[in-house]
Design a protein. Structure first.
Length: 255
């Protein structure tokens, strides 16, 4: 099967869906909001590395995308080695946002080629992994356009305090938080009573881009994921149309 709906994936499907796709399916099973989408499986990666994808695969991707009832897509790599407890591979594989259907198949293929990028190869060498041999699935989701977005940690990754949680937020898509090019607002919460410990404003606004209720929603999501996965979580989120969407989650690797 070339494509599988995200809601059919679970953590045990990592070999077919990659780490991101498998984890998102698991998150959906918990009842948390995840943008609808599907996985282009590692079977397609096997075909791609032999010389490209067939017309049959391209048709399967287009058919699956039609079911999402949207004109724009987020396309994210989902390598089988990503998001581990000892190696996140964060930023080493490609992501494409706001992709139209005409270019969807091409962007899926570019994600699969991520392992050939110099950065991925260098990171793989540090981990004694040949990046070009790493199977890469691809997650395709309906594109959302958030008012605010960022990351949340179910511990304080700066101090190591596991009784605190930390949320970083900016206006818009939140790419600057993930890649470190934008200074976010930072909110620190006590996990014991969920009270605010501190707020540090970034470059977007003062006193902050997050409403109190929104921050509590984000906090609840990341604590739910920590409880389910059994370890501190690093969660990417986006707030759109009064819904806190979970974009991905991985174990915190700075422990």
């Amino acid at each position: 099967m070339y494509t599988i709906s995200l809601d059919k994936m679970r953590s045990s499907n990592k070999d077919r869906a990659g780490a991101k796709g498998a984890t998102l399916g698991e998150i959906i099973s918990l009842g948390l909001p995840v943008p609808p989408g599907f996985v282009v499986t590692t079977e397609v990666w096997e075909e791609w590395r032999e010389g490209g994808v067939s017309a049959e695969v391209a048709h399967a991707i287009e058919t699956a995308s039609d079911l999402l009832k949207t004109e724009r897509f987020a396309v994210r790599s989902s390598a089988t080695v990503e998001d581990g407890s000892d190696s996140a591979w964060a930023g080493q594989f490609r992501t494409f946002l706001d992709v139209d259907q005409e270019h969807l198949v091409a962007k899926v293929c570019e994600c699969m080629a991520s392992a050939l990028l110099p950065g991925a190869r260098a990171y793989g060498e540090q981990k004694s992994v040949r990046a070009e041999n790493v199977p890469v699935a691809v997650v395709v989701q309906a594109m959302i356009h958030p008012a605010t977005a960022g990351v949340a940690f179910s511990m304080n990754p700066v101090t190591g305090n596991r009784d605190q949680a930390l949320i970083e937020a900016v206006s818009g898509l939140g790419l600057g938080v993930v890649d470190g090019t934008q200074t976010p607002d930072t909110y620190i919460f006590s996990k014991l009573d969920r009270s605010v410990v501190s707020i540090q404003s970034g470059v977007d606004s003062s006193p902050g881009v997050l409403q109190g209720a929104h921050a509590q929603d984000i906090l609840q999501h990341v604590l739910t994921l920590e409880a389910h996965f059994g370890c501190p979580q690093d969660m990417e989120w986006a707030y759109a149309h009064e819904v806190c969407w979970v974009l991905q989650s991985r174990p915190v690797t700075t422990l």
